[in-house]
Structures are given as C-alpha cells and as structure tokens.
Design a binder for this molecule. Structure first.
Ligand SMILES: Cc1cc2nc3c(=O)[nH]c(=O)nc-3n(C[C@H](O)[C@H](O)[C@H](O)COP(=O)(O)OP(=O)(O)OC[C@H]3O[C@@H](n4cnc5c(N)ncnc54)[C@H](O)[C@@H]3O)c2cc1C
Length: 395
C-alpha cells in the first residue's frame, strides 16, 4: 500500500504549512498555552477569522454548498498540520454538524446554515446529553412543541461544552412523547442568545469549561428544524460517528511524543540521561508504533469518508485506540519524567512545560466523550462482527 501523498495533496499540505508559518505568532503560541483551555483570546479569534476567510471550514464540501470541493483526506491533512502547531483547526460544527445538514437537511436548511458555517460565523454547541440521558441517549426529555409556526422548547442539557462561546445549539429534542423512544426525536438549531436560554458553567479537572444549559419557553421558527420531524435519531448517530473520527486525530500526540523523545535523548534530569534506561527505550518504541497505528486509523477513516461512507466501525476503533493511547502516553511519559512529571505548567521546573501533566488530566474526557469506550467496543463487536450485545438494546 502506498502511503505517500499524491502531488496534489502534497501541494495542499505545503499551502497549509505556508499559512501556518505566516500566521502562527509567538503571541498566539503563548495564548494557546497559558489561557484557560476553553477561553482562547484575540490571537486565536484572528486566526479563526482568517481560516473562515479562505473558506477552509468548508474545504471538503461541494462547491454548491459554499465549499472548496476538496476531499476528506485534504481535510485530515489540514487538521494534522494545525495540530502539529497545537491548534485545533475545526470544532464539531465543521466535522459533524455540517455533514449531517448536507446529508439530511432540507434545501432551506442548507441555504440557511452552511454558508455561515463555512465562513466560521455559525458555530454550534452539541446538545445531546442530559441528567438522565448519557449512554442511553434516547432517554432524553428536553421537549419541543410546534405551536403557531414556532418550536417552544423546555428542558436542560448537561455537559453542554462550548455553549458559552457558540452562536447556536445543535439541539436534540423530543418532539413526539407518545412514539417509541428512538422515534420521537428531532434536531433543532437554536441561537444561544435566544430568550429563555441560560448557560451555567461547569469546570472540569483540566480547567476546561463545559456547561449545563437550561431552556425555558425558548421560541425558534419552525424552519430551524433539521430535515424531517421525528427522524433525528439517525442524524444524531451519524453525527456521533463523525465526532468519534474527529476526536481521534493523532498529530497532537505525536508532537508530545517527539518532545519527550528529545528530552530523553538530549536532556538530563538530576544528572541522568533518561534514554540510557532500557525500560524507557522500550516504552518509547512501543508508543512510537502505537502512534503510527493511530495515524493510519485516521487516514482509513478519511478515505472511507472520501468514498461517501459514514465509517461507524473504523471511527469507533480509531476513537477507542486513540483515547487509550492518549492516556498511555501521558501516564508513561509522566512516569519516565519521575516526580518532575507531576509538575503543572505554572511551575518553572515542569519538564516540557507541563505538557504531559496536562495531557494526563485531559485524557479521561476523550475516553467517554462521543460515546464511552465500553459502549464503542460493544458497537465494534455487534455491528462490525455480528456478535451478540452484552446489554445495549433498542427498546
Ligand atoms: C467534560 C465533558 C464534556 C462533555 N461534552 C458534551 C457535549 O458537548 N455534548 C453532549 O451532548 N455531551 C457531552 N458530554 C457527555 C458525554 O458524552 C457523556 O458523559 C457520555 O456519553 C457518557 O454518559 P454519562 O456520563 O451519562 O455516563 P453513563 O451513560 O451513565 O455511563 C456510566 C458508565 O457506565 C458504562 N455503561 C453505560 N451503559 C453501558 C452499557 N450498556 N454497556 C456497558 N457499559 C455501559 C459507561 O461506559 C460508563 O463507564 C460531556 C461530558 C463531559 C464529562
């Protein structure tokens, strides 16, 4: 199998690299590292504006929807190049919401939402989970009723990440309480500044902000419904499959690994060169091989997308493998660095500016975000191999 980029893809990678070389300033690097993880400042906003100006948010969409007509592989190249610089190029609005609008949305939905997403002006928080609906998402209770041409929404979403800085909610609601629970669900786009939306912060272990968002008699026009009423379950599961693929980008882990190898070979801790320890060398070699597998799983996901598939099994495999590798890299890296590995980035003596310590605290979120790894293993066994489920069912 040939893993080299085609000349067209290599040209695209070089264009992205040129953009990054011209636009990644020392101020941006500092802002990315020191600002609250979820509250980036003016430098990041500026680079996001420039990405929107180039139409790169919609780079792999058909031109008729305001995209550039490039492929998912080119999107993956861009994601990797940005992550090499420590920046997440896209959020879920681009990688999972927009593809679902293109696939299932009405012509009006496409015209209303896609151009704004391509320019980076419409950004969505993803409102699925509730107090009693996590893994068993179809238990969700947030209600929307259609009255006089408006949806009236009541309920609340838990772990509603990005709601405080997104322009809209990609909101999953119950529209037919009398239907079987998977069949009475719809997706409605709701502006976060609509009357009756109240966003309360929840701060996580890695100082990242997520939210609980309350909806009290929130009114939105009927046409904010995506696709067809009560058909939302397939839109959500499609979006979740894409979310899993995008969670799994391995480039950022490669950057952390390369820095660790560099420190082990060139640097010393308490007068000892870490790479002289055979256990350290063995662990680095194993991590290196794992990172290569993670990268290939990303490329496999992108190539299935290129063929027009929603890659349920491969994206689940990539997400499980990548999230567990993240925890392993952070854990082993901290062990290799000894007691110094536990210092966080505020401490001047923290090796690698506390990168691995932060990665360690970030790692759990990726194991359950977008569907827990226990459940995804079930999905791989059941849908990938026809094996019986150990618990999940569609009652
Ligand atoms: C920081 C953070 C950010 C988040 N961001 C968002 C967001 O932006 N939008 C959003 O909608 N949600 C978000 N979530 C929610 C996340 O998707 C859920 O936490 C996740 O889906 C698990 O649901 P739960 O927490 O209710 O756990 P539960 O579903 O209660 O699961 C608890 C444990 O039981 C296991 N389990 C449950 N059912 C089964 C089964 N049938 N078989 C085997 N094991 C099972 C799970 O694997 C898990 O280990 C976020 C969560 C956190 C903590």
């Amino acid at each position: 199998m040939d893993f080299e980029l085609t000349p067209k893809q290599a040209k695209w990678r070089d264009e992205v690299r040129r953009f990054l070389a011209e636009n990644i300033t020392n101020e941006l690097r500092e802002e990315l590292w020191t600002t609250h993880v979820d509250e980036k400042g003016p430098e990041l906003r500026e680079i996001r504006r420039k990405i929107g100006e180039r139409g790169w948010y919609g780079l792999n969409w058909p031109e008729e929807f305001g995209g550039l007509g490039l492929s998912p592989i080119e999107q993956q190249i861009l994601i990797d190049e940005f992550e090499n610089e420590g920046i997440a190029a896209f959020d879920l609005t681009v990688t999972s919401v927009a593809p679902m609008i293109m696939r299932y949305g009405t012509e009006k939905n496409k015209a209303d939402w896609l151009p704004g997403i391509a320019r980076g002006e419409v950004t969505c928080a993803v409102g699925y989970s509730e107090a009693n609906a996590g893994t068993d998402l179809a238990n969700l209770e947030t209600r929307a009723e259609l009255i006089d041409g408006q949806w009236i929404i009541n309920g609340s979403k838990l772990w509603n990440s990005r709601a405080h800085r997104a322009s809209h909610e990609w909101l999953c609601v119950r529209t037919d309480p009398s239907a079987p629970k998977h069949e009475g669900i719809s997706v409605i786009i709701v502006p976060t500044d609509a009357a009756g939306v109240q966003i309360e912060p929840l701060v996580t272990w890695v100082d990242n902000r997520t939210n609980q968002t309350f909806f009290t008699d929130v009114r939105v026009p009927e046409e904010n419904l995506i696709g067809e009423v009560n058909q939302g379950w397939s839109y959500i599961t499609g979006a979740l499959n894409l979310e899993r693929g995008s969670i799994a980008s391995a480039a950022r882990l490669r950057v952390a690994f390369d820095a660790l190898v560099d420190l082990c070979t060139r640097g010393q801790i308490d007068g000892v060169r870490l790479a002289d320890d055979p256990l350290v060398r063995r662990r680095l070699a194993e991590l290196d091989a794992d990172l290569e597998i993670a990268k290939l799983l990303n490329l496999e996901t992108a190539s299935l997308l290129e063929e027009g598939e929603i890659p349920t099994i491969v994206s689940s495999e990539a997400k499980v493998f990548h999230s567990e590798l993240r925890a392993k890299l952070a854990d082993w890296g901290m062990q290799i660095l000894g007691m110094y590995g536990q210092l966080d980035w505020h401490d001047e003596e923290a090796p690698l500016r506390g990168h691995l310590e932060r990665l360690y605290r970030e790692a759990p979120l990726v194991r359950f975000g977008g569907g827990t790894n226990e459940v995804l293993r079930d999905v791989i066994a059941q849908r990938g191999h026809g094996l019986p489920s150990y618990g999940r069912s569609r009652k």
